[in-house]
Design a protein around this ligand. Structure first.
Ligand code: AMP
Length: 280
């Protein structure tokens, strides 16, 4: 496995791999790798000849009062994780390399990034779209692998690829959960044991939503009300949003269509922001 910090070196290696006919898959991450990332790497290995994992905590997607500074950074563990998982390249650039002082070009998607997390995190999706386009240009992947856990991000990337005619395919990996149901996330490291207990309400509430739909409920308001009620049982959980959305457009439907719509949730568990979703 090769670890590369230089943009130029990564780009040249990617171009050389492409010209030797290798299919490249990119798994973009912010590090502090867990089994959710691991499963995306497994998909990448299955689909491509060469796997690149980028590890970069992207300042452009954090708001001024968010956790950019304290976001967990554990590079040597991450490198070990990638090596064991059969990754070919880790791309780990410095902030100054990707965002030099005079940086002034951003990518903005205007529809599906407006709602949900776009409301409570105003520049978040602009930062995500910008870094992903930069990473695509540097690593030249044929395939980009993203997690369903960040459903709005996945929809945004698919939309950007389509709108800007980017020459790669986006593949989604299912949400990986710990055995207790909590979706694995680098931010779970912030949770104490008791906060983790509270966070388990999220996956339970998502299951409730799915059970309602399986039992024949199609009213959006009814499902949202039940999920909100379940989340609100804990004093330490504050709901940011609970929404039913179309998986591609992120628009709210009038009525739930199983297999097409997602129930998506964002909450604060004290000062940790967690998101999750389930296909209804
Ligand atoms: P992050 O490092 O949190 O920015 O995530 C990097 C990629 O891993 C994104 O495509 C996420 O959607 C994906 N990811 C994060 N957590 C999970 C999970 N529990 N299951 C599947 N994919 C995940």
């Amino acid at each position: 496995m090769q670890t590369i910090g230089s943009i130029h070196e990564m780009q040249s290696s990617a171009i050389a791999m492409r010209s030797s006919g290798h299919l490249i898959a990119l798994v973009p991450t912010m590090g502090c790798l867990h089994e959710g990332h691991g499963k995306l790497i497994d998909i990448a290995r299955e689909k491509a000849d060469k796997v690149i994992v980028s590890i970069f905590v992207n300042p452009a997607q954090f708001g001024p009062n968010e956790d950019f500074e304290k976001y967990p950074r554990v590079l040597s563990d991450d490198l070990e994780f990638c090596r064991e998982r059969g990754v070919d390249f880790v791309f780990n650039p410095k902030v100054e390399a990707l965002y030099p002082e005079d940086f002034s070009t951003f990518v903005e998607e205007e529809k599906l990034s407006a709602g949900l997390c776009g409301i409570s995190r105003p520049n978040y999706f602009r930062g995500v779209a910008t870094i992903c386009l930069k990473l695509f240009n540097i690593t030249r992947p044929d395939i980009g692998i993203f997690g369903q856990k960040d459903a709005q991000q996945l929809a945004l990337i698919r939309k950007m690829v389509n709108d800007l005619n980017l020459p790669l395919e986006i593949i989604a990996g299912p949400t990986h959960r710990d055995s207790d149901g909590l979706a694995t996330s680098s931010r779970n490291h912030y949770l104490s044991d008791s906060q983790r207990e509270d966070a388990l309400r999220i996956s339970r509430a998502l299951e409730t939503a799915r059970e309602l739909v399986t039992a024949g409920v199609r009213q959006v308001d009814r499902v949202i009300a039940e999920v909100t009620h379940e989340l609100s049982q804990s004093r330490r959980v504050r709901v940011i949003y609970v929404q039913v959305v179309d998986r591609d457009s992120m628009e709210s439907p009038r009525e739930i269509i199983p297999g097409r719509h997602l129930l998506t949730v964002a909450v604060w568990v004290e000062d940790t922001r967690l998101i999750d979703n389930i296909e209804l």
